[in-house]
Ligand binder design. Sequence first.
Ligand code: BTN
Length: 270
Amino acid sequence: MTDAFGPPTAERLSAALTTGWLGRASEWLPSCASTNDLAGERARAGAPAGLVIAADSQTAGRGRLGRTWHSPPGANLYLSILLRPSRPAAEIPPLTLLVGGALARALAGLGLAPRLKWPNDVQLLDGTGRRRKAAGILTEMSSAGDRASHVVVGVGLNVNQIDFPPEIAELATSLRRARGGQPLDRVAVLAAFLNQLEPMLADFERVGPAAAVRAFEAYAALPATCRVTAPGRPDERLQGTALGVDPDGALRLQDETGQIHRVLSGELHT
Ligand code: BTN
């Protein structure tokens, strides 16, 4: 697929940013194994917070729960953001919710109607009114004692892809599909997201996870009935009604006996 907007570059991104520090340094690679791995390497070598590593394609893109992230060239955004938050390590996981909130705000600003599925999916409506996944977030932390020495937030966002491989064809969508086939400039989409995210990260630094939960809830789609499975244990399932998200990012689920469970990690099936 060719990109009608010209190749994404650090210069084009800089020109579209209104941020002070986020995304001001960026690397755009034709291909790499995983931008999260590369951002981790840069972090260990001392790179500053705000660095964005983006690739046109990935050969080993990773999703949550050990899944592969489908990363073909020429169409989408695969990027990782290096952060060095000062909050305690225990407060870092809800950052995923904050980043989802920033993505949703950016997409809403582009005229789309995003919804967030706990904990890390951004969904858009397809032509038949069903919600499909347009983006996923993978937050990885390296900690030193009770502090995070660095955090890498990886985002895979389907921007201009129209056709998906059979195994995800029923589940995935893209911004272009949601806009009736109209393509978007990947750099403009990334800048819109980073411009939203920077002030939200300042909020997170000040307030902590509650800021992330607020940002998430503004776009959350909490299903009336759902099932949650634990990572790697598909047989252990919890069924009930999603009531909301606790201040620490845990999903609150009420089962059929009325008991309320706090789910810290897992997969939501609707
Ligand atoms: C998920 O929904 O499971 C999370 C997907 C995260 C994918 C992105 S693509 C850029 C970054 N590099 C990776 O290897 N993964 C993340």
